[in-house]
Design a protein around this ligand. Sequence first.
Ligand SMILES: [Zn+2]
Ligand SMILES: [Zn+2]
Length: 241
Amino acid sequence: MFGSVIEKIVDLLFPYRCLKCGKVLDSAGYLCEDCVGEINFIKPPYCRKCGSPLHIEDNDSSKFCKTCSRNKKSFYRLARSAMVYDNSDKNLIIAFKFFDKTENAKLLAAMLKVAGKDIFDAGVDVIIPVPLHYTRLIKRRYNQSVLLADKLSHLTNIPVDRFSLIRHRKTRPQVEFSGRERVTNVKNAFSVKYPDKIRNHRIVLVDDVMTTGSTLKECATALHKAGAKSIDILTVARVID
Ligand SMILES: [Zn+2]
Ligand SMILES: [Zn+2]
């Protein structure tokens, strides 16, 4: 009783605001209706392997995109993202990445759970966030992928392992590079510290944005070397060319 009175007072003092545009919301929530409407969610039909939107008439998501039907070998089993990374979604992710908006993590993890349905149905033993080098971690104080992984773990009851995969080499931020430079920048930057925890495990790698996929690919390479059974990729957003 007393608790709920306190809650009401706090609500009046600090009303809920849209995480994206800052507008005060009528009721508890994260985003205003306008901003929800602007998000470019990835909906069926999408490629059953890489999860990219398919531009076909029917809602059949048992099909492959052109790239996946040509090239069956890839570094992951399944990849899924909640939304397309475009200008309208940029603010949300950037706010999440560079400011202390850890509240965003709850919303984004809920999106990950929905987007990752096929992955969870296929079976996952452990969630692994893409690690930061410890020097970057000190600078930023938290790793957004760890926040996402923790919240996703609460929602799915799948454990998180944030110690086995490490970024042992300091890399420049990928945003500073394009194309092949990105591949070189993260080459051999990751390794597995505790292979026993990886061997024969089905892993879902979690990150905020997938751009060229070079970072996730390097993580997957290290995990495969350590004997991972399968690796899936789950990101909040991805760049679609
Ligand atoms: Zn808004
Ligand atoms: Zn595909």
